[in-house]
Design a protein around this ligand. Structure first.
Ligand SMILES: Nc1ncnc2c1ncn2[C@@H]1O[C@H](COP(=O)(O)OP(=O)(O)OP(=O)(O)O)[C@@H](O)[C@H]1O
Length: 854
């Protein structure tokens, strides 16, 4: 983990038509891979202050792939290894930021950094080992007028930036979509793009006036040891960095431009602070942009800044400012580290390893016991585990430093000394194991804490889940209510439709009957007219002819027939009369006979007429039941009724139209009401799904952890019991050991006494030498034991039959741990056995050496 500079890459786009039209000429030069020169006013020279060196400089001939391979590929590869990564595009409007970051997604050649990175991610996922499980999430946000908007859910338009130890800096409540393939990401990008704020300025008609941040989280879980690595990738397309005046913005667009300028100048201030050794405070909190990019600039991230520039002399000032910005940013140093969590499995493996080592040590202790036995040092019954107990006791003094761990030993033969040193080594190892065990138990405690925090998280998630469930239930109720109301409205519409149809059919019937009546009326009128004309017949009186049109339809045809007959006959008789009058002289009595006949016929016809009239009257009365003139009234009444009914029908029509309109409005309202509701419900469904997944994950993790804890607790318990047992054994062994020492000392006393008193012949010289050595602490007499040697010996010889005691340096006692009352000579510091009252213990003599002296 070492600090590395932010990588800065410069890209200059080709001169565009607008710039050519404005008479702009190329004012930049890329003399070599890493250098860019800004020519002075388009002249062919550039001063030193206008020459900049970056990690790489690309001119207008470069391809999207070249930029990606140099600027972004190493970053995505790091993200796949668990690092955080950031790629930022900075430059004036229309300088090629979006072209570089996004390009044309569908075009393999022209696609920019984001789609290429997405491609590399899924290639990496496909190529990874089978036991690595990947989870990729995408979020897109926009910082516009110092507000963070969620582009995957535009209703979240003022998100907050949070910071904690676990997640670092993050945007709270942002929508994160899980993706499983490239296309998923592209679909999400399209949605984000649609929601992005765009305002036109004269710099670039479709210039984006907001900062776009695309966040990809890649989590890798190792299914073998369950460790998790999480790499976060921030891809940032900043808003145009041109001067406000040049944008030609005014009014709300001016405010907007100022705001954008504010966040960009905050970015500049952060970079200045980071690169100025005198400044200690970095103003990350001055804008939302710098707050989000806190880790990317001077933090835990591998970062690449791509500065984009126009080559036109028209944009010279902006290009110079962009190059200066990039140059400053190049001084920033980041310290990136892999974001990895130690899994329970890993800790478990460590524990198991420690246990295995303890088992090995136990085996060695057993071996050692055997060695002790074979060398005549009895390991008393019941304390066969004494060495282990000693080891445990030694281990319990784990806070001693290695240098402090010097163990005293009684004078013994050489092989005993070797064994003892082996024993001590063993104990030292045991001490280390105990330390490891302590570490493990600390890890378990840590795990318990982790379990607790997971439990708390789970509770929070459950509570949130419950809130969401409640909200969903509320929404479902509202939805149901709306659906019920909608159904009611539909029913009303159906009813109205039915009544409309009924009214229409009634109307039709009425119209038909009206038509019939009108037809009848016109028929009657015609009849009346014709009858009126027929009034010329002398035998029919005028008043009767006037009545004729009122005759009912049933008798009218008969009447007409008879009338025709009458007319025909009368016409004939009239002509005959005429002929008779003109030929009167010739006709004579024949005429009067015919006249008589005609008169008779006329009378009978009149009688028939009379009868018919009567019939007609009867008929009329039968039909209408009313007298003359009532028919006209009836007709008027009918017409009035018809009129009324027509009016009613018209009213009904109006009502129907109104109802229809209401229904349409209602439908619209329902549609309008349903749309956000549906969106909300689907969003909530998505959230719920994610939460449920999280919840299940946490539950399974939690239960796994609980089981782990239980197992570990049991192991610890067993180990503690074993340690306690070992400590007990050690105490017993120590007591026996001291007893043995006592016996040994007594024996030595007795032997020396015997030497001195001459009980053992031939040993007097040695006894004298020994006595001399004992008395003077020098080599006088026997002279075999050097003072230094005597001083080094841990067990002093007993004096003149006097008693001896085991003395432990105060410091050693103070440094002992967990072994109160433990008098083991193997614990803490030098233990010496001296004569009583001999603080120095320097007069001790090694029996072995003594033996040699003799
Ligand atoms: N290197 C390039 N090669 C060819 N065309 C380019 C290059 N860079 C940019 N362009 C073209 O220039 C125009 C403006 O570029 P782009 O939209 O990427 O600018 P921008 O800096 O993102 O602007 P804004 O600040 O408005 O977002 C686009 O039509 C783009 O295709």
């Amino acid at each position: 983990m070492s600090a590395e500079n932010v990588k800065v890459v410069c890209r200059v786009r080709p001169l565009n038509d607008k710039e050519k039209g404005e008479g702009g000429i190329i004012c930049v030069k890329v003399p070599e891979e890493k250098t860019i020169q800004l020519l002075d006013g388009g002249k062919k020279s550039a001063g030193d202050d206008r020459t900049f060196v970056f990690d790489r400089t690309f001119d207008w001939n470069c391809t999207q792939r070249q930029v990606y391979d140099f600027a972004a590929r190493p970053i995505i590869e790091s993200v796949l290894r668990g690092f955080n990564g950031t790629v930022l595009a900075y430059g004036q409007t229309s300088s090629g930021k979006t072209h570089t970051m996004q390009g044309v997604i569908e075009d393999q050649e022209q696609r920019g950094i984001i789609p290429r990175m997405v491609n590399t991610i899924f290639e990496g996922v496909d190529a990874a080992d089978e036991h690595i499980e990947f989870t990729v999430k995408v979020a897109i946000l926009e910082i516009y007028m110092e507000k963070i908007r969620d582009l995957l859910d535009p209703s979240k338009d003022n998100l907050k930036v949070h910071e904690d130890k676990v997640h670092g800096i993050y945007v709270g409540d942002i929508t994160e979509e899980y993706v499983t393939c490239e296309q998923d990401v592209f679909d999400i990008m399209r949605i984000g793009q649609e929601n992005r704020s765009v305002a036109a300025t004269n710099m670039n008609a479709h210039s984006s006036r907001s900062h776009l941040v695309f966040i990809l989280s890649i989590s890798q879980r190792n299914l073998h040891d369950l460790s998790v690595k999480v790499g976060k990738l921030y891809l940032v397309d900043l808003a145009g960095s041109e001067k406000v005046a040049k944008t030609g913005a005014a009014g709300s667009t001016l405010d907007e431009a100022k705001m954008i300028n504010k966040s960009l100048s905050a970015l500049g201030n952060v970079i200045n602070a980071l690169t100025d050794p005198k400044t200690s405070h970095v103003p990350y909190r001055d804008s939302k942009l710098t707050r989000i990019l806190q880790e990317s600039l001077g933090g835990n991230s591998k970062t690449c800044l791509i500065i984009t520039a126009s080559p036109s002399s028209y944009n010279e000032a902006e290009t110079l400012s962009t190059l200066r910005f990039g140059w400053r940013a190049k001084q920033i140093k980041n310290v990136a580290k892999v974001n990895q969590e130690r899994s329970v499995e890993e800790l478990k493996m460590l524990l198991e390893k420690a246990e295995r080592t303890i088992e090995e040590q136990k085996g060695r202790i057993r071996l050692l016991e055997e060695t002790l036995r074979t060398n005549g040092i009895t390991v008393p019954g019941g304390i066969s585990k004494a060495p282990a107990a000693e080891a445990a006791a030694a281990a319990s003094g784990m806070h001693h430093s290695k240098s402090e761990k010097t163990f005293s030993k009684p004078p013994k033969p050489e092989e005993e000394a070797d064994e003892e040193s082996e024993f001590l080594q063993l104990m030292e190892e045991l001490y280390q194991k105990k330390a490891e065990l302590k570490e493990q138990s600390e890890a378990i405690t840590e795990l318990n804490r982790h379990v607790q925090s997971v439990n708390e998280q789970q509770k929070t998630v459950e509570a949130e889940n419950q809130i969401l469930v409640n909200r969903i239930a509320d929404l479902s109720v509202t939805c149901e209510q709306l659906q019920y109301e909608r159904q009611e409205q539909l029913d009303t519409i159906q009813q109205l439709e039915a009544s409309r149809k009924a009214v229409e059919s009634e109307l039709k019937v009425l119209q038909d009957s009206q038509k019939n009546l009108l037809a009848q009326i016109s028929e009657k009128d015609k009849e009346i007219d014709s009858m009126a004309k027929a009034g010329a017949v002398p035998t029919i009186p005028e008043d009767r002819v006037a009545d004729m049109p009122k005759v009912a339809a049933a008798g009218s045809s008969e009447i007409a027939k008879i009338r025709e007959q009458l007319l025909g006959q009368e016409g004939a008789s009239a002509s005959e009369e005429l002929a008779g009058s003109t030929d009167a002289a010739a006709a004579g009595g024949e005429l009067s006979k015919q006249m008589h006949e005609l008169q008779k016929f006329k009378l009978s016809a009149l009688a028939q007429m009379e009868q018919l009239k009567k019939q007609n009257d009867d008929l009329r009365k039968g039909v209408y039941g009313k007298g003359d003139g009532a028919w006209a009234k009836e007709r008027e009444a009918m017409l009035a009724d018809m009129q009324r009914e027509q009016e009613q029908v018209a009213d009904l029509k109006v009502m129907l139209l109104e109802e229809r309109k209401k229904a349409e409005d209602l439908k619209e309202m329902l549609k309008d009401g349903e749309r956000p509701l549906r969106r909300k419900v689907s969003q909530l469904d998505r959230n719920l799904e994610q939460l449920t997944i999280m919840y299940h994950k946490l539950v399974s993790q939690n239960s796994g952890l609980k089981v782990e804890c239980q197992v570990n607790d049991k192991k610890i318990q067993r180990k503690e019991q074993r340690i306690a047992q070992l400590e007990r054994n050690l105490k017993e062994a120590k007591a026996k050991y001291e007893k043995l020492l006592q016996q040994c000392a007594n024996l030595t006393n007795t032997v020396e006494h015997m030497y001195r008193t001459g009980t053992i012949a031939g040993m007097a010289g040695m006894g004298a030498g020994g006595a001399a050595a004992a008395g003077a602490g020098s080599s006088a007499g026997g002279g075999a034991i050097a003072p230094g040697s005597a001083r080094r010996a841990n067990i002093a010889r007993p004096l003149k039959g006097g008693s001896h005691r085991v003395r432990r340096p105060t410091q050693a006692r103070e440094m002992g741990e967990g072994g109160e009352g433990d008098e083991s000579p193997f614990r803490g510091g030098i233990t010496t056995i001296t004569e009583e009252g001999d603080a120095d213990g320097g007069d001790a003599a090694d029996p072995e050496k003594r033996g040699a002296g003799a």
